[in-house]
Design a protein around this ligand. Structure first.
Ligand code: M6R
Length: 376
């Protein structure tokens, strides 16, 4: 079943181009037609009516996908969006607001905290004025799950079954669901000019090929780098803007399968404490892609280098000048900043995988973890 791959996780990382293709085909069906929106998520037209804000509840990697979603929903569709840990939100929800969409993100559809947070929202909104009624949406890889039974609308993430405990292809598919949701809202609310929307969708259609190219170029690079980190105790991952959640995701992947302590940080926050951790024993992975915060990330990375950290850059290779500051490069192609998370996460998945495999660990079944966390 592993089709020649040593572990399911690696196989699933390699399935990602196909997953993006499946999502593109399913969600972006209206592109050529002159409909209100080029996206078709099968949601009723009144679903978005008067939408004022969005709350997203999730755990773990799904929570990271939600953070990318927040960036897209706010920056493209102009809707104020909050992302909550489901385990926190269920006991301390935000005050009730009208015209609010609640989104639960869970690949398994069985995560106890996420289901409980959604059930709590549903219940407390029952019997309220119509504008306060629950508008619930689920984003899941298993529409037949408990989540599917609980919410009236689902975006099916089409990743196929994921066996490795570390979420990889389901994360990429969740990102695709958020691109579709944010672009659909942006089209209907006309917050982004049509040409820009078409440009983004055209860019998304190139992503499967770009992931393939990334996989091809990164496999041996990350495997090679992994040799050097067999004894490393701590890692820091830095990103900003839409790539801040990818720094969190890179750190989570590494800690759950390699048992190395890792922290993801918004690069600008380093100087407020964590920079004290840095020395030659603590490598820093910085995600630096051209766009609104590129120079900022580069200068934050330089600060880390000045503390003797080995600096690994997830950055377009063509950018010779900036690339020179990095000790090692995990190059990705230069794409629209908005689309970059789908690419920048790939080398981080591979890096975590190869470090764990190098350490001889059970990559698909890491200690203390289960594929779905059905208890509180
Ligand atoms: O099934 P879910 O998406 O609700 O799972 C949430 C987390 O348990 C999950 O993402 C976990 O963090 C993964 N093992 C991360 O790789």
């Amino acid at each position: 079943e592993k089709q020649g791959f040593k572990h399911f996780m690696l196989k699933e990382i390699y399935e990602q181009p196909g997953v993006v293709r499946a999502c593109l085909e399913a969600y972006f069906t209206n592109t050529e037609k002159s409909s209100e929106s080029p996206i078709n998520l099968g949601l009723p037209t009144d679903f978005y009516a008067d939408l004022a804000q969005i709350h997203i509840v999730a755990c773990g990697t799904s929570w990271h996908a939600a953070l990318v979603g927040k960036y897209l929903l706010e920056q493209l569709a102009g809707i104020s969006t909050q992302v909550h840990y489901a385990s926190e939100y269920r006991y301390a929800p935000s005050p009730l607001t009208p015209n609010t969409l609640i989104v639960g993100v869970t690949q398994s559809g069985e995560t106890a905290d996420t289901l409980a947070a959604l059930a709590m929202e549903k219940e407390r909104r029952q019997g309220q004025e119509p504008q306060y009624q629950a508008r619930l949406l689920g984003i899941t890889n298993r529409p037949e799950s408990s989540l599917g039974l609980m919410v009236p609308h689902i975006i099916n993430t089409l990743a196929g079954i994921e066996i490795g405990v570390a979420a990889t292809k389901t994360f990429i598919a969740q990102l695709m669901a958020f691109y579709a949701l944010a672009l659909d809202l942006a089209a209907r609310r006309q917050t982004v000019p049509l040409e820009k929307l078409v440009e983004i969708i055209t860019g998304l259609r190139q992503i499967p090929k770009e992931i393939e190219a990334t996989l091809e170029s990164q496999e041996s690079l990350t495997e090679h780098l992994a040799h050097d980190f067999a004894e490393t105790k701590d890692f820091i991952f830095l990103g900003r803007g839409i790539n801040f959640p990818i720094a969190l995701e890179g750190a989570l992947k590494l800690k759950e399968i390699s048992y190395i302590h890792a922290e993801g940080y918004p690069a600008g926050e380093m100087k407020h404490g964590p920079i004290a951790l840095l020395d030659s024993k603590v490598p820093v992975v910085a995600i630096a892609v051209p766009g609104s915060v590129y120079e900022k990330v580069i200068s934050n990375a330089q600060e880390a280098k000045a503390r003797d950290s080995r600096l690994i850059g997830v950055t377009p290779v063509k950018d010779g000048e900036a690339a020179e500051i990095f000790n090692d490069l995990l190059p990705v192609s230069s794409v629209d900043e908005l689309l970059s998370p789908i690419l920048t996460v790939v080398p981080l998945q591979l890096l975590a995988y190869h470090i764990a495999a190098r350490r001889g660990l059970d990559v698909d079944q890491p200690r203390n973890l289960a594929k779905s966390v059905t208890v509180e």
